[in-house]
Design a protein around this ligand. Structure first.
Ligand SMILES: [Zn+2]
Length: 416
């Protein structure tokens, strides 16, 4: 019996690892057969604050990015938070974010229990929703059979956020876009709206004076809980805005065209994976049933019409570890071997950082592959590990930007 359970656990783990390896760029797709990207109805997520009268313990999801579907006392000091996805079936990216407090000082045992998914993200605590501390693995019990996580939590009248990752919401990304728009070589615009009418922002970094200068395309945050990917995108972009010699040389010859937030509704709605149309946006790059993907593709097709040369494409995500999903080496592109040289350049800057690369074909309807089919460029799905230390996330993103600039500055690519 013990052995069977262990075997089942390993099978589940392998299936999970395969799903993670393949969901963003995959050949073997996690997606259920027959799935489309046509708009689906979302399961209703009550925004509410729940108090336990006998013990004075409270929990709420009434904040942007919150997710809690139910909260109750199981017995004694044991409380359970129920967490459901926005709709199912869905990839196992079980986002939760709750705020708790107590009328008196007490320690509770909090269990995170899921519908249509299992525990994935290490709980992070905060008293101001700005500074976060992750529990270490000795501080919680991850029951892999039940798919739950349980830990002790000290409560008092000062509320504590318990969240799957740091809250990194649309307001943060919009504020960053706003801030960099003050730079003379940055132009920002709104190219479309989400289902709920939120802006799909565009950032262009270009000092050439030529709107058709060869360009790098950056996309991000299609998947709401993938916060380390969003952090990496911001550092990557900021490096192009910096006074580094490579950045100044790059800006005078080339441009970066970036769409940093494709799924603002999912981010602010505390979704696990989908947009407000109940769809995985990174499966919609063929049918374009969703307004967010459509807006970005239509904007990029204007560059295609003007025959603008695309140097490279990057799409930022997160999964269980850092990995670069590149393209199989037999795929012919406009700059042969660029991904290899780019990754070698990252290694040269960060010799102690181990690069993990997994190449794929270009058949699936993900952003990277659509860019390739449209512009014939090399590209990557840039995956940052859920638990990668945030300073390392920034170091790698900076090195990735510098290495890419160095490589393309050596080329003789001219403007049309
Ligand atoms: Zn993703």
């Amino acid at each position: 019996m013990k052995f069977t359970r262990l075997a089942l656990y390993f099978v589940a783990l392998i299936v999970f690892v395969q799903a993670c390896k393949t969901t963003d760029s995959g050949v073997i797709s996690y997606d259920p057969p027959g799935r489309t990207t046509e708009t689906q109805e979302l399961d209703y997520h009550h925004k509410r604050t729940i108090g336990i009268a006998e013990t004075g313990v409270w929990a709420t999801n009434e904040f942007v990015g919150g997710r809690m579907n139910d909260f109750y006392r199981v017995d004694g000091d044991h409380y359970r938070i129920k967490i459901h996805p926005e709709n199912a079936p869905i990839n196992w990216s079980s986002w939760y974010s709750i705020k708790l407090w107590s009328e008196t000082d007490q320690t509770i045992t909090l269990e995170l229990a899921y519908e249509d998914g299992y525990h994935r993200y290490i709980p992070k605590l905060s008293h101001d929703s700005v500074n976060w501390t992750a529990l270490d693995t000795t501080q919680f019990v991850h029951d892999r059979e039940a798919g739950t996580a349980t830990f002790s939590l000290d409560l008092n009248s000062d509320p504590v956020w318990v969240s799957a990752q740091e809250l990194f919401l649309s307001e943060h990304i919009y504020a960053w876009v706003d801030e960099i728009s003050a730079l003379e070589f940055v132009e920002t615009s709104v190219i479309g709206q989400s289902h709920l009418g939120k802006d799909i922002s565009k950032v262009v970094v270009n000092k050439t004076g030529n709107p058709d200068a060869p360009m790098i395309i950056v996309t991000g945050r299609q998947h709401p809980p993938e916060i380390p990917g969003s952090m990496a995108l911001e550092v990557f972009m900021n490096t192009f805005l910096s006074d580094e010699p490579e950045a100044m040389a790059f800006r005078s010859r080339y441009q970066v065209v970036a769409y940093p937030l494709l799924n603002p509704d999912g981010v602010d709605g505390g979704h696990w994976r989908h947009n407000h149309g109940g769809v995985d946006l990174n499966r919609d790059w063929r049918d374009f049933n969703q307004p967010e993907t459509r807006a970005v593709a239509e904007d990029l097709l204007e560059y295609k019409e003007r025959d603008v040369f695309v140097l490279y494409g990057l799409d930022f995500h997160s999964t269980i570890y850092d990995v670069f999903y590149t393209m199989n080496s037999d795929i012919e592109t406009n700059i042969p071997g660029l991904s290899d040289r780019w990754l070698e350049g990252i290694s040269a800057i960060l010799p102690n950082y181990e690069i993990r690369e997994e190449p794929f074909g270009v058949a699936t309807p993900v952003a990277k592959n659509w860019k390739y089919h449209t512009f014939n460029n090399n590209g990557v799905t840039y995956e940052v590990g859920d638990n990668t230390p945030r300073e390392l996330v920034a170091d790698v993103a900076r090195a990735a930007a510098i290495s890419l600039m160095r490589e393309v500055l050596q080329l003789e690519v001219s403007s049309r």
